[in-house]
Design a protein around this ligand. Sequence first.
Ligand SMILES: [Ca+2]
Length: 330
Amino acid sequence: MAVIKNQNNQQKGVALVVVLLVVALVSIIATDLTGRLQREIRRSANIFDHQQAQYYALGAEKFAIAIIQDDLKDSPDRDDLDQAWATKGLYFPVEGGDLTGVITDVNRCFNLNSLVAKQDDDFYIADKESVAYQSYQRLLDLLGFSTGLVEPLVDWLDSDSQPIGMDGAEDREYEILSPAYRAANNLIVDVSELRLVQGYSDDIVKKLSPYVCALPEDGYFQLNINTIDVDKPELLSMLIKDLSVQSAATLLAERAQSGYDDLASFWQLSALAGIEIEGKVKSVIQLNSDYYQLQAKARIGRGHEGLTTLFKQVDKEKVNIIWRRFGTLE
Ligand SMILES: [Ca+2]
């Protein structure tokens, strides 16, 4: 009898251990599931916040179009830094976060794509005598770079595969690199593309970038005299070759916040007296802008979204979106 009782006790002990094991296993599984659920909830919340931030950024884009359109209605023939669109540091507190944005016109910089122009046969070619080509050469010189840097860039843009000069670079120069690539032979989409062009080191691109832009139009070279940055007189000196950087700096520093009322007032300035300026050079200077760029940033909870949009005004009434790019802004 004693043996049977002992066996019963042992079986009860084994059953208890099994039950404890099962309880432990269930606890582990439950803890894991809770952890997973919490991570899923957090992930969903992050996605929701991010989507909301994206929609707020798109809202900023609509708001920017409205502001630019209002300005077009009020003053179709001029854009200056005193107008509503040029207001700096717009900040909007929104539910769960905030929205910031800034609009700049993109006629205050040199359009790199103006170095080439499309011919009848859909070919991009460069004209060394064009105002754009010569202005860019002077800009390079004024910033302390070799004027030869114009050539690899022109080759990057033009449709043919013949180097334009001694410093030019076409497929042959890029195909021997590792990794190898080919010249775009097309307009550039972003200034950062310069890094791929022969001779354009990081330092050069960094110093050049504030002065240049990449607009989606070949042969398009227009500067708004009312919006050129005061600290970039080189942009005026590159265009008007007999105007020194120092005189251009004084001229820009003396410009009223509301800019010039008409082009005649600008060309009559004493700083420009006695300087002979060709008509094709004069035609680059405008009082209004065609292109604008919005940089917006939305923060909702843990979601952040940056948006850059390029607009173009058409027929002085419509504002078209040329491209938009989502991504974190600096
Ligand atoms: Ca080429």
